[in-house]
Design a protein around this ligand. Structure first.
Ligand code: GLA
Length: 401
């Protein structure tokens, strides 16, 4: 392993004149990234044909147009051994044309190319990890045209996670290419308190999602208290979407328990939390209902809200939650989430916002899924929801008409 030539790849210093200019666009990403990731459906069964067909599908089905730009290859793409110079080698059986050619193809479609590595000696699936090779790997990824790195957290040395993530973050910055750094340490080692400071652009604070209701619901509720560091420049990532998998994915584990309604609830809640939206199903063969959800402009706009504020809990019952999220342009979203099997009445008392009836102020809402308008809603709003469902209202406060 050699770092010869390393200093050549560090970007030149800004000259002193530039130091005093206010840069308009200092952040690599200003909205949570959107795209597709290979893991949830394909795991180790990845090939360059699959990735190219997926890129084609993102464009042909109109997903790229509304923001699904990142095509991310997850674990299992490399050979088990590095080359003589210590570089990672793509498995030639899976990627016979190599990663540069694949990146060129993805870029030719107007999309961005993402890849995966890990802060340990080996990745979670046992392929070579980047520990001790951070600067070589970052340079290799830059040479290939990588735009996004998902960085996992398995098989680690006895080194603090914040140091391991910081190493790769600095290596990416030295690589000569803008590469989005997607940190995936599942919220361990108190990462809420350091993940922004190591330069991550997004951070996974959840364990792995699986294609079943209980796993999804637990993960979503757990995030009520994990979402606070999420802000422009470093977004909380609730994990890749399971919507549309219908038991056909690696993360289905042979146990399939999601309906169209649950996939809708999952997508709605991910948008409400402002999570990155990484599709996890086989979008070459996506069903119409899932595709329509992914392309729902009102929901995508919510997920991509410019202020990127996390929601907070307003009220809760044994198995239900109402939450408020501040949005751009003085608007708000209120989510009603019923995780119980049975239908239930959920309350949101506007006195919690200082907006009792006596104020003469009211909300005008639109239901983001059904499009139903609700005008002059004052004092509070209780809604009856089916078991395992969610409604999201978007609106603003005004003097009651
Ligand atoms: C971990 C991650 C998953 C996926 C696998 C790959 O479990 O959390 O998202 O990347 O590793 O091995």
């Amino acid at each position: 392993m050699t770092l010869t030539g390393f200093y050549d790849i560090i970007k030149p210093q800004q000259n002193s004149e530039n130091l005093y200019k206010i840069k308009e666009n200092i952040m690599l990403i200003t909205r949570p990234p959107m795209g597709w990731n290979s893991w949830n459906t394909f795991a180790e069964n990845i090939t360059e044909d699959l990735i190219k067909e997926t890129a084609d599908a993102l464009v042909d089905k109109g997903l790229a147009d509304i923001g699904y730009k990142y095509v991310v290859i997850d674990d299992c793409w490399a050979l088990m051994e590095r080359d003589a110079d210590g570089r990672l080698v793509p498995d030639p059986k899976k990627f016979p044309s190599g990663m540069k050619a694949l990146a060129d193809y993805i870029h030719s479609k107007g999309l961005k190319f993402g890849i995966y590595s890990c802060d340990g000696y080996k990745t979670c699936a046992g392929y070579p990890g980047s520990y001790g090779y951070e600067y070589i790997d970052a340079k290799t990824f830059a040479d290939w045209g990588v735009d996004y790195l998902k960085y996992d957290n398995c098989n680690k040395p006895d080194v603090e996670g914040r140091l391991l993530y910081n190493r790769m973050s600095m290596a990416l910055k030295a690589s000569g290419r803008d590469i989005v750094f997607s940190a995936c340490n599942w919220g361990t080692e108190d990462s809420d308190s350091w993940i922004r400071s190591v330069g991550a652009h997004l951070y996974r604070s959840t364990g792995d999602i699986f294609d079943n209701y209980n796993n999804y619901a637990n993960l979503m509720i757990d995030q009520i208290t994990r979402n606070h560091p999420s802000a422009p420049g470093c977004f909380n990532d609730l994990d890749m979407l399971i919507t549309g998998i219908y038991g056909k994915g690696h993360v289905s584990m042979g146990v399939y328990s999601c309906t169209e309604e649950i996939y809708r609830m999952h997508f709605l809640t991910w948008c409400f939390y402002g999570s990155p939206l990484m599709i996890g199903c086989d979008i070459r063969n996506v069903d119409d209902a899932s595709l329509a959800l992914f392309k729902n402009e009102a929901l995508v706009r919510l997920a991509q809200d410019a202020e990127a504020r996390p929601p907070f809990l307003v009220q809760r019952g044994p198995y239900w939650y109402t939450m408020l999220r501040h949005l751009e342009d003085g608007e708000y979203a209120i989510a009603y989430i019923n995780i119980d099997d049975n239908d239930m009445t959920l309350d949101c008392d506007f006195a919690n916002f200082g907006l009792g009836e006596e104020t003469g102020l009211a909300f005008d809402f639109v239901d983001l899924m059904s499009g139903e308008q609700m005008k002059n809603v004052s004092g509070g709003l209780s809604l009856r929801l089916d078991g395992r469902s969610c409604r999201i209202l978007r609106g603003r406060v005004h003097a009651k008409a």
